[in-house]
Design a protein around this ligand. Structure first.
Ligand SMILES: [Mn+2]
Length: 287
């Protein structure tokens, strides 16, 4: 059983800055060895490398994640499971481009935030707050095409989990969309939501996206936008287990760890534990 770790050491277009420091931190904490202990006999590492030279920030971001797409495609052709270490959440577009089957790809996106702004709705202009909207065909079409995700993912195949911090126009866009939106409150209290999740993912394999800030800042202080009332690690592990029970996971990305903001390695350690248990589950499912 093979896994390819794809490191994406960028914070938007900035190389080895902020969230872009996370892949090396995670690797320095023996991530590769831990995956071998899980059972993966062959653990390969592919680091996206180099300073992008595009003229605009958007061009440079596009260059980075087009490479992610290529790495995903190559890993899967080699029969290896792709595990992506971000970086910011825009890396999701590269993963989806690399999976290259929008009609049969579902997204389960864990995040405190919606990442559902577009250039028309964003209060800040921050591209890192737009990737999920972009993935379903809302805004940033040129970025999506540059990265190679020519066909958007149908909203009916998307579940947004653990979200609790939305901008006003972003909330309106989500409310009027076909995305299934699950707040921590709903997830913790309403078991029937998993029936809806199962229906959404019935005909797809799943890209599992985990922005670490879906967890409560008590457990993960090392994030740029900490948001109270998040999930606990054990809750998140339980929900990922349920996702695995209702679908086949074809790629995993862990994003938004910012080692510069971390306290006592708490965030990096939590991220390692989360990757370990999630990959354990994926290993069993692949058997
Ligand atoms: Mn987030």
């Amino acid at each position: 059983m093979h896994v390819t770790i794809i490191g994406v050491p960028y914070d938007l277009d900035l190389y080895h800055s902020g969230m872009g420091k996370a892949p090396q931190f995670l690797l320095d904490n023996d991530l590769m060895q831990r995956l071998q202990v899980v059972g993966f006999t062959d653990v390969a590492l592919e680091m996206i490398d180099g300073v992008p030279d595009g003229v605009t920030q958007q061009d440079r971001i596009g260059q980075v994640h087009a490479q992610v797409g290529t790495a995903i495609t190559q890993a899967r052709l080699a029969g290896s499971f792709p595990l992506v270490l971000g970086g910011d959440c825009v890396t999701s577009l590269g993963v989806l481009a690399g999976l290259n089957d929008s009609a049969h790809t579902g997204i389960v996106w864990f995040d405190a935030h919606g990442d559902f702004n577009t250039p028309d709705t964003t209060p800040s202009g921050y591209i890192g707050g737009m990737p999920l909207a972009c993935a379903v065909g809302r805004g940033l079409m040129s970025l999506r095409n540059d990265i190679g995700l020519t066909t958007p993912i149908p909203e009916s195949q998307v579940v947004l989990c653990g979200v609790r911090d939305l901008d006003v126009a972003e909330r309106q866009a989500l409310d009027s969309s076909n995305v299934l939106v699950l707040t921590p409150y709903l997830m913790q209290r309403d078991q029937t939501v998993w029936v809806q999740v199962r229906q959404r993912l019935a005909h797809s394999s799943v890209y599992l996206h985990i922005d670490i800030d879906v967890l409560d800042p008590v457990e993960v202080p090392g994030v740029n936008y900490p948001t109270e009332q998040g999930l606990s690690l054990s809750e998140l592990q339980h929900y990922i287990q349920l996702v695995g029970e209702v679908s086949t996971i074809s790629a995993l990305a862990l994003t938004a760890v910012n080692p510069d903001q971390d306290v006592d390695h708490r965030t990096v350690n939590t991220a390692i534990m989360l990757i370990e248990t999630t990959m354990q589950q994926i290993y069993k499912a692949l058997q």
